[in-house]
Structure formats: C-alpha cells, structure tokens
Design a protein around this ligand. Sequence first.
Ligand SMILES: NC(=O)c1ccc[n+]([C@@H]2O[C@H](COP(=O)([O-])OP(=O)(O)OC[C@H]3O[C@@H](n4cnc5c(N)ncnc54)[C@H](OP(=O)(O)O)[C@@H]3O)[C@@H](O)[C@H]2O)c1
Length: 331
Amino acid sequence: MTNTLVTLESRPSGAVQESNFGLKTEAIRELKDGEFLVAIEALSMDPAIRGWMNAGTTYIKGIELGTVMRSFSAGKVVRSKNDSFQIGDYVEGMLGAQTHAISDGSGIRIIDISNSKITHHLGVLGMPGMTAYFGLLKKGEPKPGDIIYISAASGVVGSTVGQIAKIKGCTVIGSAGNDAKCNFLVEECGFDYAINYKTEDLNSKLKEYAPDGVHIFYDNVGGETLDTALLNLARGARVVICGAISQYNDMGNIHGPANYMKIVTARGYMTGIIVFDYVKEWPEAAKEIAGWIYEGKINVKEDVVHGLENYTDTLMMLFTGKNFGKLILTV
Ligand SMILES: NC(=O)c1ccc[n+]([C@@H]2O[C@H](COP(=O)([O-])OP(=O)(O)OC[C@H]3O[C@@H](n4cnc5c(N)ncnc54)[C@H](OP(=O)(O)O)[C@@H]3O)[C@@H](O)[C@H]2O)c1
C-alpha cells in the first residue's frame, strides 16, 4: 500500500507556484501501538495555507521544507492499533495533503456522517464554521438591530457569519467579487444587501445601506476594504479582524489601516480572532450550527475539485476569487 502526498519544496514569494510543491508516492510503514491509518477522502483548502508556507512562526509554526503540506483533512480509518479509533470510523483533523495519514489521535476527532456530508466537517461544521461562529459571537457581540458588514462574504466563513447574524436579528451587508456571488448572498443566504466590490463603489454603497454606520465589521480581506469600512463605523462599532486575504501574498508590505483614527471617533474597537483559541468549545458550536442547517437557517455552498495533482491550481482559486463556496479538494 502506498501514500501519495503533496510536499512543500520551496517558499513562495508572492503568489504560490507549481514549483513550490512536490507530489510524491511512498510506501506506508507498519503501525505502532496507539496509531491508526486514515484513507483520506477530502482536504480543506484554506487561505491560511499560504501563511503556513512562510518561514517562522505566527500563531502556528511554518511548514518545514520537504514535509507534507499541512491541511485539515477527513477520511476513514482503515487500519488501527488504537482502541479509541476503530476501522470504519470517519475522522477529521490536521491529517495533511495526502491520500493516507498515520495518526496517534492527537487533535483528531471522530465525525458522524450519518446526517451530514463528510465535506461539511471541513467547512461549516469544521474549522471555518467555528471561525465564523466564535468570531461573530465572541468578538462581534451581535445584538438585534445591529448592522453588520462582512467582506469576502460568499466564502464559507463570510456566508456563515452573515447567516448567524441574521439568526441573531442583525441587518446584514456582504461584499463579494461577482454578481453570481452577490445573488447567492441575498437569495440563498438571506443577506439584506450585497455589494459587488469590483463593479460598485464600496464606500458609497455602505453609506447607502448603513447611513449611520455599521455596528460590526467582520473583515476577511484587509487592505483597502478595511480602510473603506473604517470610514463607515457606527458609534461603539466592533471591527473583527478575521483575515486579510488581499495581503497574504505580500505580508512584508501590508497595506493599511490608514483610517484607524475612525475607531477613536466611533468609540469602537478592533480585535482579532484565532479559531484555535476555542477548540474546547467546537463540539457544542458544531452541534448548534448543524441544528441551524437542519432547520434551513443556514445554507451551505461547496466548490469541489478532484485530485492531488490539482493542488496548486486549487489553492490559487482562493486568491483569484475563482472559488464559489467552501473549497474542497477530494482525493
Ligand atoms: N482567524 C482565523 O482563525 C481564521 C480561520 C479561518 C479562516 N480565516 C480567514 O477567513 C477568511 C475567509 O476564509 P474562507 O475559507 O471562507 O475563504 P473564501 O472566502 O472562500 O475564499 C477567499 C475569497 O476571498 C476573496 N478574495 C481573494 N483575494 C481577494 C482580494 N485581493 N481582495 C478582495 N477579496 C479577495 C475571493 O472572493 P471574491 O470573489 O469575493 O473576491 C475569494 O473567493 C480568510 O481571510 C481566512 O484567512 C481566519
């Protein structure tokens, strides 16, 4: 039996390139006591992967050259010498970008796929869904009647934030990069307004939809988007910095936020969210989100590509806006 894996061969400067990765096949070794073997079915393609390819440590250590690409992955246990993980169990965790992974169970959770797709556990019921849940509820502190603006709103994080905000009684504005994504936000996710930031003027649209400013800005984009949103804060606004995808390819030369003094005049605050800080609370949050999906209050959209050989092109989709929904690479 062999394992095929995607490795990090060089660190990108700017956008990722095919030459940054290797695709290798190697024999799978025997299991030691306490270990099990997972046949991976799907990988979560996340914007954070670009940051993990840099040298050094941020909230997590950079991936070492020559090793398997770090990835949240899900699959089925096919061999086991660990009593807690039986053959046939479905599991999810940082199992890497590969067809098979050996694990001792650290950080791996068994998932129930009787009522959900395995891919949901990498998206809305996995790390990105948890990011939306805790970023909004713990950091954004939504109240009924609040107006929230979400950037990169059509992705799994943004669309989940917006739909939870609707459940909490907020007016929801999202921005996205094309009309199809904007239609999805309004028609399928129940957003009140969607702004195509490529064809419409973000500042004037925010002023039109929130004349007195937004109470929460949930930012996934950074850069100019963050600067424009800062011009449109209501008094007491919360700015939740979840991500800055417009900046990830050039982290040494970050743009903004030039308008940060608007936080002072708004008597607001700007705060960051790292989803891993809430790991102990993930199971309860996933249960609540699953309930909302079951009740039809949360709509899930996935964009699925097949084949590890398409790893580079698939990862690049996140940075060109070609993905539409939670990006998954099936194995
Ligand atoms: N803090 C945490 O713990 C944590 C955890 C998970 C994710 N995140 C962050 O959450 C954000 C969303 O993640 P996701 O998985 O849901 O990804 P996603 O939104 O599905 O994909 C990224 C989207 O960003 C938009 N984008 C790309 N480059 C852009 C640019 N230069 N300017 C404006 N928009 C751009 C594109 O949509 P358009 O077509 O709309 O441009 C693209 O589809 C990311 O910033 C990610 O890093 C943070």
